[in-house]
Design a protein around this ligand. Structure first.
Ligand code: FPP
Length: 250
């Protein structure tokens, strides 16, 4: 099979080390086809496979997927139950593939809120895959950016109260290390599917300098080529981090 023409255009020396993805549009994809919303989530799993495989093949080191937000708990109970069951099934059935491909699974979020079976399966796969080092796949589950910032603030406040830290010592590094995402580099590219152009409480602190890629493609239709397109879009951006172009390129 011939390699994708898009893939060949990617410069392997300028890959984002961390790509974060808001997987959106599963419900609309299903409704457009006259199906129940849940079918969209089921087909969304194939898109998760596409992206994981494409990212690992390219050499991207971290991929974070927004799989279930704090706000998603307000969805109909039936959809929540079905999504949690799908997560358990998928994590279980994909564990072998993760092992074969050297991928470590990790999770961020308020995991204690997940149903026991879901949390248990997650912990099991996280443990089994912990020594893999080709790529880390991070699932954001019962996660929101504000939730994590509040949790981090509480941790820091306790350290101050115990006299381990002075208020003036609180800086970006202290906050970084109190977040659920402390062990990952900040995402350099954020992708959102389905045409919506919002952040929806995802990785608020971490995306300070991320490039945004919005695509109208609904998540279940998101292919490897769509992922390559997002990387190419990223590679065409002039990333300045607040500096002038002259400063950066001198
Ligand atoms: C957003 O579409 C999608 C979700 C809230 C869930 C994503 C879950 C999966 C793709 C399945 C399993 C994932 C993993 C990582 C194993 P939406 O329902 O908000 O779509 P809509 O905006 O069209 O309603």
């Amino acid at each position: 099979m011939s390699e994708s023409a898009l893939k060949e255009k990617i410069d392997p020396a300028r890959l984002p080390s961390h790509v974060a993805i808001i997987m959106d549009g599963n419900g609309r994809w299903a409704m457009q086809k006259g199906h129940l919303r849940m079918l969209g989530h089921q087909y969304g799993v194939q898109a998760v496979r596409n992206v994981t495989e494409a990212a690992a093949e390219l050499g991207v080191k971290y991929v974070t997927l927004y799989a279930f937000s704090t706000e998603n708990w307000r969805r109909p109970q039936e959809e929540i139950n079905a999504l949690m069951a799908l997560l358990v099934d998928t994590i279980q059935s994909e564990t072998d593939t993760l092992m074969k491909n050297g991928i470590r699974l990790e999770a961020i979020g308020n995991l204690a809120q997940l149903p026991t079976a879901c949390n248990k399966q997650l912990q099991e796969t996280v443990e089994v895959t912990k020594d893999n080092d080709r790529m880390t796949l991070i699932l954001a589950l019962s996660y929101s950016g504000r939730w994590d910032i509040i949790e981090a603030t509480r941790k820091i406040a306790r350290q101050v109260k115990e006299g381990l830290l002075q208020p003036d010592e609180i800086d970006e590094n202290v906050l970084n290390s109190a977040l659920n995402t402390s062990r990952y580099p900040n995402p350099e590219l954020l992708i959102r599917t389905s045409g919506e152009q919002r952040i929806s409480n995802f990785l608020l602190w971490e995306i300070a300098y991320a490039e945004m890629h919005f695509t109208p493609v609904l998540w279940p239709d998101f292919s490897k080529d769509d992922f390559y397109q997002a990387i190419l879009d990223f590679q065409q951006r002039d990333r300045r981090f607040g500096l002038t172009a002259e400063q950066l390129h001198s």
